[in-house]
Design a protein around this ligand. Structure first.
Ligand SMILES: Cc1ncc(COP(=O)(O)O)c(C=O)c1O
Length: 400
C-alpha cells in the first residue's frame, strides 16, 4: 500500500453510518450524566419505580438458576409465559391472542417498539405520533428509514391527541399511528371515546396502529382501554407492553408484542437475528409476576396515587400550573411563570437546589415550557423536593 493511502486512513468516527450520526443523544441522558457527578440530589428524573421487584418474583428467577434453567428459549419466548399472557390480556381487556403465533416475548418494550417499527416501515414511510412522546419513538422511526410526523398536543387539552389532528397529517406515505397512552412524559390518558375516533381514522385510511401500553396498569380512577379491543382494531394493531413499570421490573428486560401472525412473524425475523430471545430467568420471573403479582401491582398503584396527589397539589400551590395526570407516574407542570425555558429551569434547579427533573423539550417541541417529574420516589423525598422547588420558584419568579 502506498504511503499516501496509509495517511488517508479513515478515523474511527468516520465509519459511523450517516443515519446514526444524525441521531441526537437523548435529552434525558445529559441530565443523568450531570446528576451522576453531584451529591445530595433528589431525583425526580428517572422514569423508574423506586420499589424493588417483589420478593416472590425475584425468587422465581433464583429458582430458575438453581434448577439449571440457563438455556435459550424459543425465539417467541417461553410457551408458558405466552399462554399466561394470552389469559391475562383476555381476562383484563377481552383481547384474544393465540399464544403460539400472536405473542412475542421481547427484551423490554424498548425492543418490542424497535421491532414493530422495523418490521413495518419502508424507507420514506411516515409514522404519526403525539408530541411530546417517549424518547425512543423518533430515533426508532429514523433508524428504520421512516419519517416521523409529530402531532402537537397541549396543556389546555391535558395533552390528549385528537383524531382530527392525526387525520390532517395522513397522506399516501402514512403507514402507521404510534400511540403511547398512558403517556410518558405527560401522564395523560385517553378515554375510550377518544380512542374510538382514532381507530376510525386508522380504518378510514387503512393504517396500522402501534399501541405502547407499558403503563396500562398505572391508572388512577379511570379505566385503561386496550387499543386492539376496539371494534375492527385487532387486525391492524401491534400492541406492545411489558413488566418494567407495573411490576417494578425495569432491570429484568422483559416485554411483549401481540399482533396477527403475519406481523409477529415479521418481527420474529428481526428479533431472532438481533436478540434471539429474552433471558430465560427474566421470563420465569415475568411468568411469576403474571400469575401471582396482582396484589403487588394494586399496592404499588395505591402508593403512586397518594404521591401523585401530593405532587399535583404541590406544583399548583407554588404557582406552576399542573393538570391532574391520570396515568403513568409523571406530572408535567408548566414552568412558564418563571420565564425560563424548560432546559434552563431544569439545569438551574439541579445546580441551585439539587433536584433533578427532565426538561419537557427532551420529549418534543410541545414539551417546551414544562418539566417532567417522576413521582416513583419516596413520599419524604417528594416533600423535600417540592419544598426545594418552591424556594427556587419563589426566588426566580418574574426575574428571568
Ligand atoms: C412509554 C414507554 N415505552 C417504552 C419504555 C421502555 O420500557 P422497557 O423498560 O420495557 O424497555 C418506556 C420506559 O421508560 C416508556 O416510558
Amino acid at each position: 500500500m502506498a504511503d499516501s493511502q496509509v495517511n488517508q486512513r479513515r478515523s474511527p468516527g468516520s465509519f459511523v453510518a450517516q443515519r446514526v450520526k444524525q441521531l441526537s443523544p437523548s435529552g434525558i441522558r445529559k441530565f443523568f450524566d450531570l446528576l451522576a457527578s453531584m451529591e445530595g440530589v433528589i431525583s425526580l428524573g428517572v422514569g423508574e419505580p423506586d420499589f424493588v421487584t417483589p420478593w416472590h418474583i425475584r425468587e422465581a428467577a433464583v429458582y430458575s438458576i438453581e434448577k439449571g434453567y440457563t438455556m435459550y428459549t424459543s425465539n417467541y419466548g417461553m410457551p408458558e409465559l405466552r399462554q399466561a399472557l394470552a389469559r391475562h390480556l383476555e381476562g383484563r381487556y377481552g383481547v384474544r391472542y393465540d399464544p403460539a403465533q400472536e405473542i412475542l416475548i421481547t427484551v423490554g418494550v424498548s425492543e418490542a417498539l424497535d421491532l414493530a417499527i422495523r418490521a413495518i416501515v419502508d424507507p420514506g414511510d411516515e409514522v404519526i405520533t403525539q408530541d411530546p412522546c417517549y424518547v425512543s419513538y423518533m430515533p426508532c422511526v429514523h433508524l428504520a428509514g421512516g419519517a416521523f410526523v409529530p402531532v402537537p398536543t397541549h396543556f389546555e387539552n391535558e395533552f390528549k391527541v385528537s383524531a382530527a389532528d392525526i387525520e390532517k397529517r395522513v397522506n399516501r406515505r402514512t403507514k402507521a399511528i404510534l400511540l403511547g397512552y398512558p403517556n410518558n412524559p405527560t401522564g395523560a390518558v385517553m378515554d375510550r371515546a377518544e380512542l374510538l375516533k382514532i381507530s376510525e381514522v386508522a380504518q378510514r385510511h387503512d393504517l396500522l396502529v402501534i399501541s405502547d401500553e407499558i403503563y396500562d396498569r398505572l391508572v388512577y380512577g379511570v379505566e385503561h382501554t386496550c387499543f386492539p379491543s376496539l371494534p375492527g382494531m385487532a387486525d391492524r394493531t401491534i400492541l406492545v407492553g411489558g413488566f418494567s413499570k407495573s411490576y417494578a421490573m425495569t432491570g429484568w428486560r422483559v416485554g411483549y408484542a401481540c399482533a396477527r401472525p403475519e406481523l409477529i412473524e415479521a418481527m420474529v425475523k428481526v428479533h431472532q437475528y438481533a436478540m434471539l430471545c429474552a433471558p430465560i430467568m427474566a421470563q420465569m420471573a415475568a411468568l411469576e409476576a403474571l400469575k401471582f403479582g396482582e396484589r403487588d401491582v394494586l399496592e404499588m398503584v395505591e402508593e403512586y396515587d397518594r404521591r401523585r396527589r401530593v405532587m399535583v397539589k404541590g406544583f399548583n400551590d407554588m404557582g406552576l400550573p399542573c393538570f391532574e395526570p391520570k396515568g403513568a407516574f409523571y406530572v408535567f407542570p408548566s414552568v412558564k411563570p418563571t420565564g425560563m425555558s424548560s432546559e434552563e429551569f431544569a439545569e438551574k434547579l439541579l445546580l441551585e437546589e439539587k433536584v433533578a427533573v427532565v426538561p419537557g423539550s427532551a420529549f418534543g417541541q410541545c414539551g417546551e415550557g414544562h418539566v417532567r417529574c417522576c413521582y416513583a420516589t419516596s413520599m419524604a423525598e417528594i416533600q423535600e423536593a417540592l419544598a426545594r422547588i418552591a424556594r427556587f420558584v419563589q426566588r426566580h419568579r418574574g426575574r428571568s
